[in-house]
Write a protein that binds this ligand. Structure first.
Ligand code: TYM
Length: 329
């Protein structure tokens, strides 16, 4: 049995990229009888200032989203990162094994710190080390993530190997699991950049909360190109390839079948049908999310239970780590 782990930041803007990049692959792995962990990384979220009331709301919302997506708490340990203090404890130890140069090379740090000069927080810089701790605490074999997180998982691999070399075999060296299609959903307004919750314009993404009018408007205004037929050509026609990928993910039809079906139907029909497919996919999902949100106390109980289970695992690893580094007397 493999151990599978992934995590997402709590945000009110969880989008279809997050869903298809990380949640959907975990759902598949959950059904294969693995030991699964899914958690809400609230300590990662505060590396960028967050309004406390909003953060709290987003943690609850994320819990509802995972349950609505099909996370089964009997098969997956679902919890909130900050409830398991071993994450920050291990992160400190790993900080002492990680080089500044490694963190300076992280492309996400470069992107997020651009133009911020001296005011970038230490937390934003050290964020990949906390992520390594998240992964290594649970002896994780596979980490389903979107493409943008692969560099961070690779750093976790390097840190695990370094620790094992220095202190003896302790951590499993994890592997990223990236799906062949959907690991990098691009922005609807700019197919050269990934769909992102922090994008300036909401026209960049389809949020899991968007209502049907939003979805129709956003798809209508999505960038395409000046050609007249539909074909799948990610290199030369990235905008259209992205829309075909989304269409395929929500309908479970193959990209090639969709490209053939819409080849000569024109962009208007293609976009109209894509919008309707998205609406039909989102509507029942949103109804489920709203159902879960009606009972916040139950969501909190789910997180309490998850934290209890995660704590046991995390503490087993930490006991070994404390002994290995020589702080247990
Ligand atoms: P986050 O919250 O930014 O994103 C959550 C997941 O969504 C994926 N993703 C995408 N996939 C496809 N297309 C996109 N446009 C797209 N945008 C985002 C991300 O790759 C990610 O899998 N640092 C992580 C959270 C984290 C984590 C971990 C993940 C913390 N600890 C341990 C795995 C294991 C993050 O900020 O993801």
């Amino acid at each position: 049995m493999s151990r599978v782990l992934t995590a997402l930041q709590p945000t009110g803007n969880l989008h279809i990229g997050n869903y298809f990049g990380a949640i959907d692959p975990l759902l598949e792995l959950q059904e294969q009888g693995n030991e699964n962990y899914l958690f809400i990384v609230d300590y990662h979220a505060i590396t960028i200032p967050k309004d406390p009331a909003q953060l709290r709301k987003n943690i609850i919302y994320a819990t509802a989203v995972y349950l609505a997506a099909g996370i089964d708490i009997n098969k997956t340990t679902l919890f909130q990162q900050s409830r398991v203090p071993q994450h920050t404890e291990l992160a400190w130890i790993l900080n002492c094994l990680t080089y500044m140069g490694e963190l300076e090379r992280m492309t996400q740090f470069k992107d997020k710190s651009r133009n911020k000069g001296e005011t970038v927080s230490v937390g934003l810089f050290a964020y990949p080390v906390l992520m390594a701790a998240d992964i290594l605490l649970y002896n994780t074999d596979f980490v389903p993530v979107g493409e943008d997180q692969v560099q961070h998982v690779e750093l976790a691999r390097d840190i695990a190997k370094r620790f094992n070399n220095r202190f003896g075999e302790t951590f499993v060296v994890p592997e990223p699991r990236i799906r062949t299609s959907g690991a990098r959903i691009m922005g609807l307004d700019d197919p050269t950049k990934k769909m992102s919750k922090s994008a300036e314009s909401p026209k960049n993404y389809i949020s899991l909360l968007d209502d049907e009018d939003d979805v129709r408007k956003k798809i209508r205004s999505a960038v395409t190109d000046s050609e007249s037929t539909i074909s799948f050509d990610p290199e030369h026609r990235p905008a259209l390839a992205n829309l075909l990928t989304i269409f395929s993910l929500v309908t479970k039809k193959s990209i090639q079948d969709l490209a053939t079906e819409y080849k000569t139907k024109g962009y208007g029909t293609f976009k109209g049908d894509l919008a309707e497919a998205l609406v039909s996919w989102l509507k029942p999902f949103q109804e489920k999310v709203n159902g879960y949100l009606k009972n916040e106390e139950e969501l909190k109980r789910v997180l309490d239970k998850g934290a209890e289970r995660a704590l046991l695992k995390a503490e087993t690893t930490m006991k070994r780590v404390r002994e290995k580094i020589g702080i247990v007397l």
